[in-house]
Design a protein. Structure first.
Length: 360
């Protein structure tokens, strides 16, 4: 009998597994996929580390988290710059003076703020993604770069989505085009998978094993990082997620799109973005791998859950599941899916480290 069974080998599960293993506890990890690392998994092809489930740029303001992850990989300094196409034009993201100059012909921050305020002065009613976005960047930029992209991505009207989604988008009244503001930013040389290999070294991992259907060894305590609604067999109904399909393609070209991430904002284009992976580490190769992301409807048990839809209805459903979870002895829930939170990597690492310190 194991002291602990951990369901999921992403950051939350792997950090807990290492912490317990270092304490001398017996631990087994159960992973539904055929690899460790969750959505952070990277795979090397033709000398290029492919971010299989979408781009993962590590960024944090927390020196403790930065010091922790640097124990497991060498990080190459990297500042993400994203480009976006809309109506035949290319724009730089995040929203900066480059964006406002192109959209509003605004040459100064004062002029940009004037145009944004002019667009948002008549907005009333309950705040949602649409109203929050117009207040942040003005109506024209919203229509160009946010509305169609968001509705394509989430497969819902922007006015029905929570404002919290757009609050994640940085807006600057400078010509700084770095996507993140964090003090510490980088990409692990050699990819993310090595980090999980080190965290799980010496710990048995059962790959391609479904916690709900497979024959499992006995255990005393469970740490569950999968979808919380599935754990309770959808007693209060399924939670909603945004999900995507990634299609990876090799090109016999040294440089396909000239940037790591290109967003496609027009609804007429069926995909949301393309990722050229070689730009993350700056490797020199004859060819290049490019991934294309296609939004697809989320269907529980049939498609992978990626991003929680934290609107009022779904948050209420989650709270009902959280009440059930809190009543269970010897069972802990953590991570993006189990907590129904839109965690970035640094946030789930911080959550896991705090959990280990206070609960284990």
């Amino acid at each position: 009998m194991f002291d602990f069974m951990i369901v999921g080998s992403g950051f939350f599960g792997a950090i807990c597994a290492k912490h317990l293993h270092d304490q001398g506890k017996s631990v087994v990890v159960v992973e539904k996929r055929n690899h460790i690392g969750g959505n952070c998994y990277t795979e090397q092809r033709d000398g290029i580390n492919i971010h299989t489930y979408g781009p993962h740029i590590f960024h944090t303001n927390n020196p403790t988290v930065w010091a922790w992850i640097n124990q497991y990989a060498e990080f190459k300094p990297f500042r993400l710059q994203v480009m976006a196409t809309a109506q035949g034009e290319v724009y730089s993201l995040p929203f900066s003076m480059f964006t406002f100059e192109k959209a509003y012909n605004a040459r100064t921050p004062k002029e940009a703020k004037y145009h944004i305020a002019k667009n948002s002065q008549f907005i009333t009613g309950e705040e949602n993604l649409e109203t929050a976005a117009i207040k942040k960047v003005g109506g024209k930029v919203y229509e160009l770069l946010i509305k169609d992209y968001t509705e394509k991505q989430w497969m819902r009207e922007a006015s029905t989505l929570p404002a919290s989604i757009v609050q994640r988008l940085p807006v600057r009244f400078t010509y700084d085009t770095n996507y993140f503001n964090d003090t510490f930013q980088g990409i692990p040389v050699g990819g993310y998978t090595q980090i999980f290999e080190k965290l799980l070294d010496g710990i048995p991992v059962m790959l391609e094993t479904d916690f709900f259907t497979a024959a499992l060894p006995e255990y005393k305590t469970l740490i569950y990082t999968g979808p919380i609604d599935k754990f309770f067999r959808y007693k209060h109904g399924p939670l909603e997620y945004k999900t995507v399909i990634h299609k990876h393609r090799y090109y016999p070209s040294e440089n396909v799109q000239g940037c790591p991430v290109m967003n496609y904002c027009d609804k007429s284009i069926p995909y949301t973005r393309t990722i050229e992976h070689k730009h993350f580490e700056g490797v020199q190769t004859e060819g290049s791998w490019v991934s294309t992301e296609f939004p697809t409807p989320y269907i529980a048990e049939q498609t992978d859950p990626y991003y929680p839809v934290n609107d009022e209805r779904n948050n209420a459903i989650y709270r009902a599941y959280k009440a059930l979870a809190d009543s269970l002895p010897n069972v802990y829930f953590g991570g993006r899916l189990a907590e129904y939170k839109y965690y970035d990597m640094h946030q789930v690492i911080e959550s896991a480290l705090n959990f280990c310190k206070t609960k284990l």
